[in-house]
Every structure is written in C-alpha cells, then in structure tokens.
Design a protein around this ligand. Structure first.
Ligand code: 5GP
Ligand code: ZN
Length: 113
C-alpha cells in the first residue's frame, strides 16, 4: 500500500466508494465524477503506478485479468462500451494507481480531446 494513494485508501476502506466488483485482488468502483451514465474504475488492489510500470514488471497476467473484468462489466451495457487507460501527464492520468476506465450508457465521441 502507498499511504499517499487515493485508490490504496479505498482498497483499505479508509475512503468510501461504491463497489461494483471485488475478487482475486481486483476491485471495481463507481467513479466519483462520472463522465457517462456508467463510469467504473477497475484496478489491482496492490499499488502499481501505471500500465507502463506494470508492463516493465512483466505482469501480463494481471493486466489480462484487469481487462477481462473491465470488459465483463462493460458488456453488461447493450449499446457497447469503452475501456480507457490514461497514462502519465500527457495521457491525462490524475491518480497514480493503475486503473481502467469503463465508460458506457451513451454514445461516446471519437477522437478524444
Ligand atoms: P485518471 O484521470 O487518473 O485517468 O482517472 C482518475 C479517476 O479517478 C477520475 O475519473 C476521478 O474522477 C476518479 N477519482 C478521483 N478520486 C476519486 C475518489 O476518491 N473516489 C472515486 N470513486 N473516484 C475518484
Ligand atoms: Zn495505490
């Protein structure tokens, strides 16, 4: 656990969150500032800064599990969904704990800003 990390605090129960899924070291919560009618965040319970760090550690299985859970949650929405992994400042990452956004419930524009 990283004591300065918001998502680690959510994992530890120190900050409340609306849980959508929790099993096998992976958690999904509702985003506190939703950008679509469905906006979930899927992340590993252990602290990993971003997907680049994750890849360098060779944890492909954990990335696959994250994407599998995110896709299962997204697929509950008949109209389709989008998975997003913002990485680094230019990638729009604001929380330094790897997470996959699941967005659904409305038509999503492309390209992103
Ligand atoms: P990023 O900008 O890093 O890709 O995404 C971080 C996301 O975390 C944002 O969509 C933001 O709304 C969400 N977020 C930040 N703090 C909290 C929090 O305390 N609780 C929840 N549920 N979501 C949060
Ligand atoms: Zn963390």
């Amino acid at each position: 656990m990283n004591k300065d990390c918001i998502f680690c605090k959510i994992v530890a129960g120190e900050i409340p969150a609306k849980m959508a899924h929790r099993a096998n070291g992976i958690m999904a919560i509702e985003d506190v500032n939703p950008q679509a009618p469905v906006h979930l965040l899927v992340f590993p319970e252990r602290h990993v800064a971003d997907i680049a760090e994750h890849t360098f550690k060779g944890s492909a299985d954990e990335i696959a599990c994250l994407m599998e859970i995110a896709a299962e949650l997204g697929a509950k929405n008949a109209g389709g969904f989008r998975l997003v992994v913002n990485t680094g400042p230019d990638g729009g990452q604001t929380v330094g704990h790897l997470h996959v956004h699941v967005l659904a419930g409305r038509p999503l524009m492309w390209p992103p800003g």
